[in-house]
Design a protein around this ligand. Structure first.
Ligand code: GAL
Length: 445
């Protein structure tokens, strides 16, 4: 019936249209529910993942509480512009000391003849040990890089408990000591472990190297024990030395040197834990691995126990500290006297494994952050009364005149989430961030 076709067609069309619209509606509704279901599935999966990956805001707050209010000034990020002088021919000493990829500002830093040398090594006439007064300003401040030690002293202790940090003693004079009860006013206690003038075979002969001395107090024996890096002028002896005294201010009696656990040992430190057990940390296996081992009860030797950590990472200049049952460490890379990028590390157990947290330097400028503010870690100690706050101590080496090297002391604060994914993480960073804040001058809170 072709004549009916149009109407049929029409009917058919309109009848089929109805079915089609119905189908469309049904499918739209089904589609809507399906989509809603899928979205809800994804959202809850996301939520679950987020709960696994990132702690809730509340948990974040618990894990990473904001810094103590007393630190408000110290945790301000201070930028600093350093301008390069016009290009010129370098002194041969600087070119010899080129790092793998020279950074122009680091070349300036290493160049004795740099017209901006005074920015890194201000005139010693304005330098001193401890805080100094700014020109025309009555307030005392710590000026990183503007304080060092008198040319004879090489080390200081920080509290009556007697811990200390150091400096290189190539052409040894001895280990010097400064003391303070408030970390603000300092007394020069003089040389507490003197160099040997005549006996050329003695570890402390003035032709040898003594670096990085640290003193810890042993409650059981009532003695102050000094550990140090002992070397010959070519750095082939690679040993640790031990000295002992009844007083933190010496005189220290030198006992002996050895290769701990039979291994070479260069940059080193000791750390005394809350339970009284002390540990030796040393760069070993030609600085490629860090070794950690507990000391004997009297702190005069190592025990046979030793762990190799940061294997193949070439870290040195270790500085250890502890906060809320977590151990932290700052290390440098191995570039001799030239500065390089610091790394912060954390561990639940002092013997490791140690996790990398990233570069702790904040503020200054890109180059200073990549060079630990033109310095190298040496020691970190707690700021009394301010939990989570420390003083980071670093050596700003002056290779052309090591004894005119300077200290860079800056506030170090533990707080806030770590900003680098963890190597062996299980979802979210457990450790807090370690931040060293640049300040061209600062004072204690
Ligand atoms: C550095 C080390 C310093 C000193 C220097 C000698 O890598 O941290 O303490 O040993 O090498 O070149």
């Amino acid at each position: 019936m072709p004549g009916n076709s149009p109407s049929l067609g029409l009917r058919g069309f309109s009848g089929g249209g109805c079915r089609h619209s119905l189908l469309t509606i049904v499918w739209t509704v089904v589609g809507f529910f399906l989509a809603a279901h899928l979205i809800s599935l994804y959202t809850s999966k996301d939520d679950q993942q987020q709960q696994q990956q990132a702690p809730s805001h509340h948990l974040q707050q618990q894990l990473h509480p904001p810094p103590h209010p007393a630190l408000r000034e110290l945790v301000r990020v201070k930028e600093e512009i350093l301008r390069l002088p016009p290009p010129r021919k370098r002194s041969p000493r600087t070119s010899k000391r080129r790092s793998r990829k020279p950074i122009p500002m680091v070349e300036e830093f290493l160049d004795d003849k740099s017209p901006i040398r005074h920015l890194f090594f201000p005139d010693m006439k304005t330098a001193a040990f401890g805080p100094t007064k700014d020109m025309g300003n009555d307030a005392f401040h710590y000026f990183p890089g503007r304080f060092g030690w008198t040319r004879k002293e090489t080390q200081f202790k920080l509290t009556a408990e007697g811990f200390c940090t150091t400096r290189n003693l190539a052409r040894t004079i001895g280990v010097g000591c400064y003391s303070s009860k408030d970390l603000w006013t300092w007394k020069n206690e003089g040389i507490v472990l003197g160099a040997e003038e005549t006996n050329k075979t003695h570890d402390l002969h003035k032709s040898n190297v003594l670096e990085r001395p640290k003193v810890i107090y042993n409650e059981k024996t009532g003695k102050y024990v000094m550990w140090m890096h002992i070397d010959d002028a070519n750095y082939t002896k690679a040993s640790v030395g031990v000295a002992i005294s009844d007083h933190p201010t010496g005189p220290f009696e030198y006992l002996y040197s050895k290769r701990p656990h039979g291994f070479d040992s260069r940059d080193m430190t000791v750390f005394k834990d809350d339970d009284g057990v002390a540990y030796l940390f040393y760069s070993s296996e030609v600085n490629s691995v860090l070794h950690i081992g507990p000391l004997t009860e009297d702190y005069l030797d190592v025990t046979p126990v030793m762990k190799r950590v940061m294997v193949g990472q070439h870290r040195e200049a270790p500085a250890i500290f502890k906060h809320e049952n977590t151990y932290y460490m700052i290390t440098s890379w191995c570039t001799g006297w030239a500065p390089n990028e610091a790394l912060a590390h954390a561990a639940e157990s002092i013997m490791g494994p140690w996790e990398k947290l990233g570069n702790p330097c904040v503020g200054g400028n890109k180059v200073s952050r990549l060079t630990t503010f033109f310095a190298q870690s040496t020691y970190v100690f707690p700021l009394p009364g301010v939990p989570g706050a420390f003083i980071f101590m670093a050596d700003r080496w002056k290779p052309s005149d090591l004894r005119d090297s300077r200290y860079v002391w800056l506030p170090l604060v533990i707080g806030g989430p770590a900003d680098q994914p963890l190597e062996s993480s299980f979802g979210f960073p457990m450790w807090s961030r370690v931040s060293i804040y640049w300040h061209s001058k600062w004072h204690l809170p």
